[in-house]
Design a protein around this ligand. Structure first.
Ligand code: SF4
Ligand code: SF4
Length: 355
C-alpha cells in the first residue's frame, strides 16, 4: 500500500529534510500512510457538538466529558504544535466473518503505541534533543479522523470512516503529538463519494441516519462492543451473525472493494487461533460455554476483551437466536443459570428458535 504522500526512499542521505526522513522511518516501522499537520481547532468540532446534542453517542459519555479537548487538538497535550498521523492496514481483503476484521488479531492500541513511541525516540535521536510529545491511538481526547484529513490521509466518507483514495478505509489511525515545528502536508480537501450511497443502503439497522452521520445507538459495532446493558429487542434480529463489531458499511465501499489489501504474513492483526476457521454458530457456542479463565487465555492481548466475556456471551446468545437451531438449546439453557445480563438474551434466543 502506498502512503498519502509520495513514498520516500528508505535509505535517506544526510541532506534529506527531516519530514522526509520521518516518513521513511514511519513506513519502515510498518505504517502504511503518514502525514503531518499543525494542531489547532478541529474543522469537525461543530458537527461533533451536534452529534453529541442528538444523543448519538449513547453510553459513550466519556466523549462528552472531554469534548473541549476534542474540539482543539492543541489541548490534549499542552505545548504540542504538530501531529504526525499514521495509518496501519488491518486487512480489508480478509474474508467476512462473525468478528470485525480489526479485532481478530492483537490489540491495535498496544501495537501502534509501541511503534509511535519508537518513532518518537527516533526523532529525538535525529534532532539531538528531547522533544516533548505523546502518542495517541484511541487513547485520549482527539478527533483522530479530523487530524488525519488535515494531514492529507483521506476524506470523510458517507459511512463516517476516513477513506484514502488508494487504500480504502480498513486501517487504524494513530497520532504522535509533538512540540516540534514541521512542514505540514496539504489537507485532503476533496470528497470522492459522489452520488454513491452504498454504505447507507447496506446498513442493516439504519444507523447511518444521513450521509456522514452515525447514530451509534443503532450501530452493531456499538451494540456488540460499547453497550454494557441489554441489546434492544427490535435490533437483535438485525445483528444477524455478527458476534463482535460490523464491517458491512466498509465492505460495500467501492474504494475498499478496489484498493484494500491483504495482511502481510507477519502482521500482528492476523486472526488468532481462538477465532481461526470458526463460523458464527461455532464461535457463539464456544463463547457461551467458556469460563472466565479459558477466555483470559484464549483472548490474551485481544481487543475483544473490551466487551468482556459477559458481553460476548450476550452477543453469542443473540447470534444463536438469529442463526442457531434447536440443537443449540443446550448451551443457551446452560447460560440461563447465570444471573447476569446475558440470561435475558439466553431467554430470548430459545424463544426465537422455538418459533
Ligand atoms: S458498522 Fe454496521 S451497523 Fe454500524 S453503521 Fe456500519 S453497517 Fe451500520
Ligand atoms: S460506500 Fe460510497 S458513499 Fe459510502 S463511503 Fe464508500 S464511496 Fe462514500
Amino acid at each position: 500500500m502506498g502512503g498519502a504522500q509520495a513514498v520516500i526512499a528508505t535509505t535517506p542521505s544526510a541532506d534529506q529534510k527531516l519530514e522526509t526522513l520521518i516518513k521513511a522511518q514511519s513506513y519502515g516501522l510498518g505504517f502504511d500512510l503518514v502525514g503531518i499537520t499543525p494542531l489547532g481547532p478541529a474543522t469537525t468540532a461543530a458537527a461533533f457538538d451536534e452529534w453529541l446534542a442528538r444523543g448519538y453517542d449513547g453510553e459513550m459519555s466519556y466523549l462528552a466529558r472531554n469534548a473541549e479537548k476534542r474540539r482543539d487538538s492543541r489541548l490534549p497535550f499542552p505545548g504540542a504544535t504538530t501531529a504526525i498521523v499514521v495509518a496501519m492496514n488491518y486487512g480489508g481483503k480478509e474474508p467476512s466473518g462473525p468478528v470485525a476484521r480489526y479485532a481478530r488479531g492483537d490489540d491495535y492500541h498496544d501495537v501502534m503505541i509501541e511503534r509511535l513511541t519508537s518513532l518518537h525516540r527516533w526523532i529525538e535521536a535525529r534532532v539531538g534533543r528531547r522533544v516533548a510529545g505523546k502518542p495517541y491511538v484511541d487513547t485520549g481526547p482527539l478527533l483522530e479522523r479530523d487530524l488525519a484529513r488535515r494531514a492529507g490521509l483521506g476524506w470523510f466518507g458517507k459511512n463516517t470512516m476516513l477513506i484514502n483514495p488508494r487504500a480504502g478505509s480498513f486501517f487504524f489511525l494513530g497520532s504522535l503529538l509533538l512540540d516540534l515545528e514541521l512542514e505540514a502536508d496539504a489537507p485532503f480537501e476533496t470528497d470522492h463519494c459522489g452520488t454513491c450511497r452504498r454504505c447507507l443502503d447496506a446498513c442493516p439497522t439504519g444507523a447511518l441516519v444521513e450521509p456522514h452521520v452515525l447514530d451509534a445507538t443503532k450501530c452493531i459495532s456499538y451494540l456488540t462492543i460499547e453497550l454494557k446493558g441489554d441489546i434492544p429487542v427490535e435490533l437483535r434480529s438485525k445483528i444477524g451473525e455478527l458476534v463482535y463489531g460490523c464491517d458491512i458499511c466498509q465492505e460495500v465501499c467501492p474504494y475498499n472493494v478496489k484498493f484494500s489489501t491483504a495482511l502481510t504474513p507477519d502482521s500482528p492483526y492476523a486472526v488468532r487461533e481462538a477465532l481461526a476457521g470458526n463460523g458464527a454458530r461455532t464461535l457463539a457456542r464456544e463463547l457461551l460455554a467458556m469460563t472466565q479463565e479459558e477466555f483470559s487465555i484464549a483472548f490474551k492481548g485481544s481487543p475483544m476483551k473490551r466487551a468482556k466475556l459477559r458481553g460476548l456471551q450476550r452477543n453469542a446468545a443473540v447470534v444463536l437466536g438469529n442463526i442457531g437451531t434447536t440443537g443449540d438449546m443446550d448451551v443457551l439453557e446452560a447460560a440461563l443459570d447465570d444471573p447476569d445480563a446475558r440470561a435475558k438474551h439466553a431467554v430470548w434466543a430459545p424463544e426465537r428458535l422455538r418459533r
